[in-house]
Ligand binder design. Structure first.
Ligand code: UD1
Ligand code: UDP
Length: 393
């Protein structure tokens, strides 16, 4: 079986590590993976570092699309992916998450009848002003095999008309005139499988402790600190929201160390969307460590040692949970609703007083119970097993 895997943005490269590792360890005799990097992320610390560190095979192709408006970027990727699918003739295309690289892969593949495997299906923010929400919905509805990491994802798909029985596994609708139950785009199959990022966090947690010295380099040994990341366009592109988040960070930095690995989008927009006064407070504060994006091993070392994680990232809010850290989510809503339902993360939006309240809450009541809601760390093997069995149905 041949799979074409599309990656492009940082979290997709990291997620792909789990699938590629499972193929190498358990399915190398049955699955050939062709990796296509769209080039959506291209700085070394947003892309190459993950290939070097996580043993991901070198991409077979790089489309080098770079940064552009949504339409231009997605169109360039779609054109490139279509040509490669025609050339490679895979059994499936594998798409991760909800970025423009995901959308381009979905549109290119569906139109020329290459079946889509969507990993991280079913997640919804119910906020269509997010580009990612559009990308997820389109990709799910173009897919043939949908792997959802959470029960909420399964419920969302059910509400959108995907047929799922009481045991939580999808039942294939018998397409009109069809005599077999082979999944197709009109007869898709949904599986609840756990989270592929959890696979990675479990696999790399101890390796990170051995191989990185970021805690020592940042002089954080034995010191409590808050880890924060900010990159969501709804925060970076609006000076009021970005200002409110930084007001909270400045306030927190009076008594706490803060580590803030800056996404390049945020690094650029800080200069235009944060007032000069706030910029100088942030840049001059000895307690705010503004650093370039870090590698994945460094990131999980930071997450493991942090006291609390404050983020608008999907991946980072989950990893905080994996490492049993309280989270303050800098968004009005989340797709990872279970984390909030457990009480271990609080939605504080870009609102200084809500952020400070959430901080006080977790300071007084550090969470101790983190139920297993992201599977058993073997989501990749489960998915590959289902993909293989699909071929022989
Ligand atoms: C993208 C995804 C988002 C995901 C995030 C992960 C979309 C619509 N958004 O957002 O869902 O959470 O990736 O990090 O697909 N830039 C660089 N160097 C790079 C990459 C980007 O400087 O290597 C800068 C450019 O100025 C670019 C900006 O960051 O315009 C935004 O990059 P883009 O890939 O368009 O969106 P992200 O904000 O990274
Ligand atoms: N990450 C990283 N270095 C950083 C920031 C994040 O390796 O400096 C990792 C993080 O551990 C997680 C993933 O990137 O696995 C999350 O990606 P991001 O926050 O860019 O996007 P999102 O998950 O919101 O789509």
């Amino acid at each position: 079986m041949k799979l074409v895997t599309i990656i492009g943005a940082r979290p997709q490269i990291i997620k792909a590590a789990a699938l590629s590792r499972a193929i190498k360890n358990h399915f190398s005799d049955r699955i050939q993976e062709v990796i296509v990097h769209t080039g959506q992320h291209y700085d070394d610390n947003m892309s190459q570092v993950f290939f070097d560190e996580l043993q991901i095979p070198r991409p077979d192709y790089n489309l080098h699309v770079g940064s552009a408006s949504h339409g231009v970027q997605t169109a360039r990727m779609t054109e490139g992916i279509e040509a490669l699918l025609i050339k490679e003739q895979p059994d499936f295309i594998v798409l991760y998450g909800d970025t423009n690289s995901t959308l381009a892969g979905a549109v290119a593949a569906a139109k020329i009848h290459v079946p889509i495997v969507h990993i991280e299906a079913g997640l919804r923010s119910f906020n269509k002003s997010m580009p990612e929400e559009i990308n997820r919905i389109v990709c799910d509805h173009c897919s043939t095999l949908l792997f959802t990491p959470t029960k909420a994802g399964l419920e969302n798909l059910k509400r959108e008309g995907f047929s799922i029985d009481e045991s939580g596994v999808s039942t294939l609708r018998q397409a009109q005139g069809s005599t077999t139950a082979v999944p197709t785009i009109d007869n898709p199959k949904v599986y609840h499988c756990g989270d592929i990022m959890y696979d990675n966090s479990l696999h790399f947690a101890n390796i990170a402790e051995e191989k990185t010295d970021i805690i020592q380099r940042l002089e954080l040994v034995g010191k409590p600190f808050i880890l924060s990341t900010i990159h969501r366009d709804s925060n970076t592109d609006h000076h009021e929201r970005l200002g409110a988040i930084f007001d909270a960070l400045i306030e927190l930095s009076k008594e706490n160390q803060i580590v803030l690995p800056l996404h390049p989008r945020t690094a650029k927009l800080l200069k235009t969307n944060l007032s000069n006064e706030k910029q100088s407070l942030v840049f001059s504060s000895p307690n705010i460590k503004l650093i370039p994006p870090v590698s994945f091993l460094e990131m999980i070392a930071l997450e493991r040692h942090a006291q609390l994680v404050m983020t608008d990232s999907g991946g980072v809010q989950k990893e905080a949970y994996f490492f049993k850290k309280p989270g303050i989510i800098l968004r009005p809503e989340t797709e990872w609703v279970e984390i909030v339902q457990t009480g271990n993360a609080i939605l504080a939006d870009a609102d200084e007083s809500r952020i400070m309240e959430a901080w006080q809450h977790f300071k007084n009541n550090p969470p101790t119970v983190f139920p297993e809601i992201f599977g058993d760390g073997h989501a990749a093997e489960f998915m590959l097993d289902k993909i293989i069995s699909c071929k022989v149905l």
